[in-house]
Design a protein around this ligand. Structure first.
Ligand SMILES: Cc1ncc(C[n+]2csc(CCOP(=O)(O)OP(=O)(O)O)c2C)c(N)n1
Length: 251
């Protein structure tokens, strides 16, 4: 009896991510989803610059590289070129999606573009060495805020799910985390729903995954998981922020 298997949509190669980084878990959840929905041959992923820039080495579906922040625009073009046959997802960090790529994100949501966005929020610019991101918490020590993020000087974090859920175009917006087994299971459900929505032509779905960066947070992997529970989740509450389908059914 097989009790554990590797998803076919994930290549059998070691990941380059740091110890305790949750990109690997999130990759696996996306790959399991692609397998379970039987869409590997149709799926095209778009990964921009960031720690997951090498995602094309890990996912066995087609992958396209986008410039920093531009993944929703690239995904829009791919999706619209063959909307009935392409399943398109983006896989983006918070520096990428909520800073340089904010305009692309907001307008893809406003257009109700039928794509799936996996938004990995580790509250920092990981790949470039831990600079403050739009999502860094008030008081958070980063390479560019060594005394902690001062909101008088640097403003406040951007809460992407709360913001996008105000747009009529956005179809399905949920925030999940992968810091414990229960949350990983919920994250899988949300990611699968976001892909299923696209198959069902329900429009724009974004899943924010509250993530870790032990290396740049200067913590052990274990401590980083505690920090997610104690600091990140209270500031970024988990849950469904928008589900147009459920709203329509309730009316
Ligand atoms: C146009 C452009 N600006 C800046 C950069 C430098 N850059 C590369 S990755 C990155 C930040 C990535 O952070 P994030 O999106 O949060 O992903 P993570 O690495 O944390 O997973 C930046 C600023 C770039 N490659 N291209």
């Amino acid at each position: 009896m097989v009790v554990f298997d590797k998803p076919k949509s994930l290549a059998d190669v070691p990941l380059h991510y740091c110890p305790g980084c949750t990109h690997g878990i999130i990759h696996r959840l996306v790959a399991e989803t692609i397998d379970e929905l039987g869409i590997e041959g149709q799926t095209i992923g778009v990964a921009p610059v960031g720690c997951s820039v090498l995602a094309y080495n890990y996912f066995t579906c087609d992958m396209v590289e986008a410039a920093h922040g531009r993944a929703p625009a690239v995904a829009t073009g791919i999706k619209r070129s063959d909307p009935d046959n392409h399943i398109v997802f983006t896989y983006q960090g918070d520096g990428d999606l909520a800073s340089i790529g904010m305009a692309e994100t907001v307008h893809a949501a406003a257009r109700n573009e039928n794509i799936t966005i996996i938004f990995v929020n580790n509250a920092i610019y990981g790949m470039t060495g831990g600079q403050m991101a739009p999502t860094s918490l008030p008081g958070q020590v980063t390479q560019t805020s060594p005394y902690g993020r001062d909101t008088n000087h640097c403003g406040f974090p951007v809460k992407v799910c709360e913001m996008l859920s105000q747009l009529d175009g956005a179809g399905y917006i949920e925030r999940v985390a992968v810091n414990n087994v229960k949350n990983v299971r919920n994250a899988k459900k949300a990611i699968k729903k976001a892909f299923q929505n696209q198959i069902d032509k329900k429009g724009f779905s974004l899943i924010e995954v509250v993530s870790t960066c032990p290396t740049n947070w200067g913590m052990t992997p274990e401590k980083a998981l505690e920090w997610v529970e104690e600091k990140m989740i209270p500031y970024y509450p988990l849950g469904v922020y928008k589900d147009r389908d459920a709203e329509n059914k309730a009316e």
